[in-house]
Design a protein around this ligand. Structure first.
Ligand SMILES: [Mn+2]
Length: 220
């Protein structure tokens, strides 16, 4: 039985499927998705549909909230400003305004949790804010924070490791961060899957027991 974390799929359905093939994801395994399923890439709707298909077929897939899901919820639930939505997201649903997204998708996003503890790990989209008394109550920071690695309270963490995404990092930094995760107390697994710039364009699966990082190049 393996336990994998993947983050920041951003509509890259073919790359997501290729990575699941590569890790030979099975019904014995568990998959933790750290948010940002939507926007930028070719098929936001397809990614969510595929997650639901996996769950209905008996695969163990657990989903957390990213800032892109949170932004969409704010647009749809509280449409104070005229807003059409992110173009790639709208195309994937075949609509012209995010208010037309079927309610089941909105309901699903609205029910996503901000973090999860699995064994010795804290799973979260962006990271934790250690400038507040209890980092596990700073929900907005969990989906938005950047550059928190130098501010981690190792006593509070007590040997645990934070697994997160949100900030795309080029391959050399991805590898170095992976090597240093125990000293740092955190690992960023966002390889910038949806970005077509040198060093980015990779989707990563981190296995929680072996601590192996499996990398899939973008195949969209
Ligand atoms: Mn993000």
């Amino acid at each position: 039985m393996s336990q994998y974390a993947i983050s920041d799929i951003h509509g890259c359905i073919a790359t997501f499927k290729a990575l699941l093939d590569k890790i030979k994801f099975s019904k014995e395994d568990e998959l933790y998705l750290l948010g940002d399923y939507i926007d930028r890439g070719p098929d936001s709707k397809g990614v969510i549909d595929y997650i639901w298909d996996l769950q209905k077929s008996g695969y163990q897939v657990h989903c957390l909230r990213g800032n892109h899901e949170s932004m969409l919820l704010q647009e749809v639930i509280n449409p104070i400003h005229y807003y059409r939505g992110e173009p790639a997201l709208l195309r994937s649903f075949g609509i012209t305004n995010s208010i037309f997204i079927p309610n089941q998708y909105i309901k699903w996003m609205n029910e996503l949790h901000y973090y999860m503890e699995v064994g010795n790990y804290i799973l979260v989209h962006a990271g934790l804010n250690f400038d507040v008394p209890n980092p596990l109550e700073a929900y907005d920071d969990m989906i938005w924070i950047r550059n928190f690695h130098t501010n981690i309270n190792k006593d509070w963490l007590n040997g645990r490791i934070i697994i997160h995404g949100h900030t795309p990092q080029r391959f050399p930094f991805l590898k170095r961060g992976h090597q240093q995760m125990k000293e740092v107390g955190a690992i960023n697994i966002d390889g910038g899957c949806v970005f077509n710039t040198p060093g980015l364009g990779q989707l990563c699966a981190f296995e929680l027991n072996s601590q192996e990082l499996v990398i899939q190049k973008n195949v969209e």
